[in-house]
Design a protein around this ligand. Structure first.
Ligand SMILES: *Cc1c(COP(=O)(O)O)cnc(C)c1O
Length: 404
């Protein structure tokens, strides 16, 4: 489980030989990304699409790798539209998220957005005005924050509780009435992105069951239910950073297939995961700068830190670590527990605690896997004015493209 692909290992070693200072680098295995996504797409039942939520990782080589494989993209800002344009995407995209600017909405319409997920009554009115201004009739999905049984809520719940996302079910009749009254809007579907980081397939099955049950009820609120064709069930498929067991995507797809087969008015279903798509392909490699003990605890102080890889603190977990001893040294002796920290002058700069490593020493490399989603891009890279880490994107035969 803790074996690095040789291509990743080679890229790290080459980066180190080029670097004047000790290393901190992100490496993304684009072949592994493509393989994983092909498998994910192959499981989708008929009538089910998958859009990639690019906020998980919108670096150009990631988008270019995904472009031929996924059905489309989900974006949440004007800046993300620019990212898609820069990747020369001709795939459909949809736009969700709170606090959309008028300029973002205009850019989305001008680039032919497939659907806008409206998050409030006010946004419906604004979009109507912009549609009229641009002379367009825009397809919209109403984003719903449904009532959820307590058993289905999670730590990162984005629905079933008070959130700034979407409309409460009590407001859905009014939202439908408003969209129907808007000459420049066309209601095409409903959208629910209820949680992030769902690790249990059973619970996600129950969530989909619940959405499909409500689908019929929500649709029935419309004057012409027949024109409402789509149900976007969001993302939120989790990654187990600790056990590293993969979410049983195939099982979820078979379950959905069966449920859709049972429905008389089955919607076209759209998934929009981010994390589950790009997490596995990324690695963060850092070099040990110092090894010390303090009040009975052992610390490895490394190049980089949580300002480059905020994920472990954001998730509140101790990230797995692969230890690469400096060349020429065969580690021996008993393992001892280490706290892996970065270069920041704050006690919060902790990447992992209690890592059992054998003979860890200055100059060794530590590699943090599962760093391809919500890793570098959610981090506060300018804190303390350290230089930003290099990001390397590797493809077959060691051909490498650098960026950022
Ligand atoms: C963030 C987000 C996603 C992707 O979530 P993951 O947990 O990364 O799968 C999908 N849809 C919306 C609306 C989002 O905000």
């Amino acid at each position: 489980m803790d074996k690095l692909p040789t291509t990743v290992l080679d890229a790290i070693e080459q980066a180190r030989s080029r670097a004047a200072d000790p290393l901190a680098v992100f490496v993304y295995d684009l072949d592994a990304l493509a393989r994983h996504v092909r498998e994910v797409m192959a499981e989708l039942p008929a009538g089910v699409e998958l859009y990639y939520a690019i906020k998980a990782n919108s670096e150009a080589p990631i988008l270019q790798t995904l472009l031929p494989l996924v059905d489309g993209f989900e974006i949440s800002s004007g800046g993300e539209i620019e990212r898609l344009q820069a990747a020369a995407s001709d795939k459909p995209f949809v736009f969700s998220g709170p606090g959309k600017l008028d300029s973002d909405l205009r850019a989305a319409l001008n680039h032919g957005v497939a659907a806008i997920h409206v998050e409030s009554l006010g946004e419906i009115d604004r979009l109507q005005r912009i549609g009229a201004e641009l002379g367009r009739v825009q397809a919209v999905f109403i984003r719903i924050n449904p009532e959820l049984p307590a058993t289905l809520s999670s730590r990162l719940a984005m629905a079933g509780t008070a959130t700034p996302f979407g409309l409460d079910e009590a407001d859905v009749p009014e939202a439908i009435r408003r969209v129907e009254a808007c000459s420049h809007l066309r209601l095409e579907g409903f959208h629910v992105h209820a949680m992030s980081h769902q690790q249990q397939v059973e619970r996600h099955e129950q969530l989909l069951d619940l959405y499909l049950q409500r689908w019929t009820q929500w649709k029935a609120l419309a004057t012409r239910p027949g024109t409402i064709t789509h149900l976007n069930v969001g993302g939120g498929i989790g990654v187990d950073y600790l056990s590293r067991e993969r979410f049983d995507w195939a099982r979820l797809c078979r379950h959905l297939e069966q449920r859709l087969g049972e429905l008389r008015d089955a919607p076209l279903v759209r998934f929009e995961p981010g994390r589950f798509i790009s997490a596995f392909c990324g690695y963060y490699a850092i070099e040990v700068l110092d090894a010390k003990s303090s009040h009975g605890q052992h610390f490895l102080v490394c190049r980089g830190g949580t300002h480059q890889f905020r994920l472990p603190v954001a998730q509140g977990h101790d990230h797995p670590v692969i230890h690469l001893p400096a060349t020429g040294r065969a580690p021996s002796g008993a393992p001892r527990p280490w706290t892996i920290v970065g270069q920041l002058c704050t006690p919060k700069d902790v990447l992992s605690r209690g890592r059992q490593l054998v003979d860890a020493a200055v100059g060794d490399l530590l590699v943090l896997p599962l760093a391809g989603a919500y890793g570098y891009n959610i981090s506060h890279a300018d804190f303390l004015c350290h230089p930003r880490p290099e990001q390397l994107f590797i493809r077959a035969e060691g051909r490498r493209g650098g960026a950022g």
